[in-house]
Design a protein around this ligand. Structure first.
Ligand SMILES: NC(=O)C1=CN([C@@H]2O[C@H](COP(=O)(O)OP(=O)(O)OC[C@H]3O[C@@H](n4cnc5c(N)ncnc54)[C@H](OP(=O)(O)O)[C@@H]3O)[C@@H](O)[C@H]2O)[C@@H](O)CC1
Ligand SMILES: [K+]
Length: 510
């Protein structure tokens, strides 16, 4: 599913109104209906509701919501910020007048000058309809004071469309103190790009999308660089298995992994690959991993390195269909030199993770040698080690878009919403996963899984996208079994097969 910049959302709004002949008043009514339903489903009329409505159509949304709720017996206090006395948008005025003539009970205060800050208790539900997509710049003056006051209160805060003061786009300059910190954000039609960045998690809180029926053809024809991966897409990408298939048709994966003390990483990545559906899995690891691997994952073959404790040379003995490098390799110079030599001669895309990423950080000239369309799977720390410290998630994502293009590689930036960044600068946010997966070894499983998918002939960008989705879903399934504290990386690997199956055959399909 595509998601859009603020400018594009506004253009889609505008075009829908023109093409479908829907007045903005009607769109605001639709938004307010959906949002009021969400709010009323959560909180009873006995709770004190304080609405802050701004001068534009975000304020109009808030006023329309208040009107609907008043019709259901709620008695809100509504502050309309009309500083200077003549700034209200047409819709804002219309919905103010409708609210006042609706016959419901409201304590309405229109602020034209100085706002006397109201009491906000732990019981209060604040509805933040100050500013939405029409925000020009960071909030200042009285608005800044009000936002800080709301943030310092213990009230529950619901933001309309977007927390006031926040932009929906990547924004390197955002200052969190002057943005409403919402517990719940009810956003119109699409989640915004900024919702997917960890830095903004405390601002957005839980978010819900309220559909208002914007024109589908206009949405379809509006290009976007940002997407959320959907299960249906992954289902469409997964190839069905022919009954006549043999293991020779399903590729062979090589994983260059492990060192003394980190044989577990080799085991976990092999398990990830084995559950991916690949025909054969081989580990190239130092001799010290031999017995461990043969007993822990007997299904995988073992190609011993000449060195006992670390990988010292990477000369694959077969023509493997895909190669993944990194988990548990360690940072020994011998290993780095082996990776260095290998990356200079190998021309097909590889998966690069963990210590292979650390090798890139130590020898940045290797970035030039990476086979085109290789998949790099850094978490935030690994990314910054290679590409320099990044001050925020927005800046980091922009940097990832730049380097994916420069080096023509795929970057899978791991986090709550793992972002796949392609060389054409398109970004795919992955929605699956759980905090239960924040464990050592999860990434090793992912590397094995992506390598296994690539070995089966899936393109690197498809393997990375599907791999992240399946891995997250397997984590969710493992959590159902073991709880958020108890999941291990091995549990994630063990659930990969089930996750793939559930994507191929969704529950509601008989
Ligand atoms: N089709 C529609 O219309 C739909 C609209 N919808 C809803 O409308 C919202 C967008 O409404 P909007 O365009 O009126 O913008 P909004 O965010 O209310 O702010 C504009 C006002 O704020 C002012 N202002 C700006 N920055 C400021 C600052 N830093 N400090 C102080 N003031 C500042 C600005 O002043 P101006 O720039 O004109 O000087 C203007 O008065 C959208 O988020 C969604 O909630 C949906 O319901 C669905 C359909
Ligand atoms: K808002």
């Amino acid at each position: 599913m595509k998601i859009f910049t603020t400018e594009d959302v506004r253009a889609i709004d505008r075009r829908t109104m023109e093409v479908d002949g829907i007045p903005s008043r009607e769109l605001i009514k639709r938004a307010a209906r959906g949002m009021a339903d969400e709010i009323m489903a959560r909180w009873r009329p006995t709770r004190p509701f304080v609405f802050f409505a701004g001068p534009g159509n975000n304020g109009a949304d808030a006023l329309a919501i208040a009107t609907i709720m008043m019709g259901q017996g709620y008695r809100p206090t509504v502050y309309l910020l009309n500083i200077g006395g003549q700034m209200l948008s047409l819709d804002c005025r219309t919905f103010r007048d409708e609210m006042l003539s609706s016959g419901g009970q409201v304590n309405f205060i229109e602020i034209k000058d100085q706002l006397k800050l109201p009491e906000l208790t732990a019981d209060t539900i604040v509805i933040d309809g100050l500013f939405g997509t029409g925000l020009r710049e960071g909030l200042q003056g009285g608005f800044q004071v009000l936002v800080r006051y709301i943030n310092e209160s213990s009230a529950t805060v619901v933001s309309i469309d977007i927390p006031s003061g926040m932009t929906g786009d990547l924004n390197p300059d955002a200052i969190n103190r002057n943005i409403v910190h919402a517990d719940l954000t009810l956003t119109v039609e699409f989640p915004r790009i900024s919702f997917f960045l960890r830095d903004n998690a405390d601002l957005v809180g839980e978010w819900r999308v309220v559909k208002i029926g914007l024109n589908k053809d206009i949405i379809k024809s509006t290009p976007s660089s940002f997407h959320i991966v959907e299960e249906a897409e992954v289902r469409h990408l997964l190839k069905p298995r022919s009954p006549f298939v043999s293991k020779a048709d399903l590729g062979s994966a090589l994983l260059v992994t492990g060192s003394y003390g980190m044989a577990g990483a080799a085991v976990l990545s092999a398990r990830g690959a084995l559950r991916s559906g690949v025909g054969k899995v081989t580990a190239h690891s130092p001799l010290c991993c031999y017995e461990i691997m043969q007993s822990a994952v007997p299904e995988a073959m073992f190609e011993p390195d000449e060195h006992k404790l670390v990988v010292s040379g990477i000369n694959p003995r077969h023509d493997y269909s895909a190669i993944g490098l990194g988990p548990g390799l360690g940072t020994n110079e011998m290993t780095f030199s082996a990776l260095d030599t290998f990356l200079k001669v190998h021309k097909r895309p590889v998966v690069i993770d963990a210590d292979a990423l650390n090798c890139l950080a130590a020898r940045p000239y290797l970035l030039q040698d990476l086979p085109v369309l290789s998949v790099l799977t850094p978490h935030v720390g690994e990314f910054d080690r290679i590409f320099g410290d990044q001050p925020s998630d927005s800046v980091r994502l922009m940097k990832a878009m730049e380097v994916a293009h420069t080096y023509q590689v795929l970057i899978l930036l791991k986090g709550h919403y793992t972002a796949l960044v392609r060389p054409d600068s398109k970004v795919y946010f992955n929605p699956t996963g759980t905090p239960a997966m924040a464990k050592g070894g999860s990434g090793d499983v992912l590397t094995g899984l992506i390598t296994g998918l690539m070995a089966q002939g899936y393109k690197p960008e498809v393997s990375a996208l599907m791999g992240a989705y399946i891995h997250g879903l397997a984590g969710e399934m493992a959590e159902e079994e073991h709880g958020v504290y108890g999941v291990t990386a091995g549990d994630i690997a063990a659930n990969i097969g089930k996750a793939i199956q559930s994507i191929m055959k969704p529950k509601n399909e008989i």
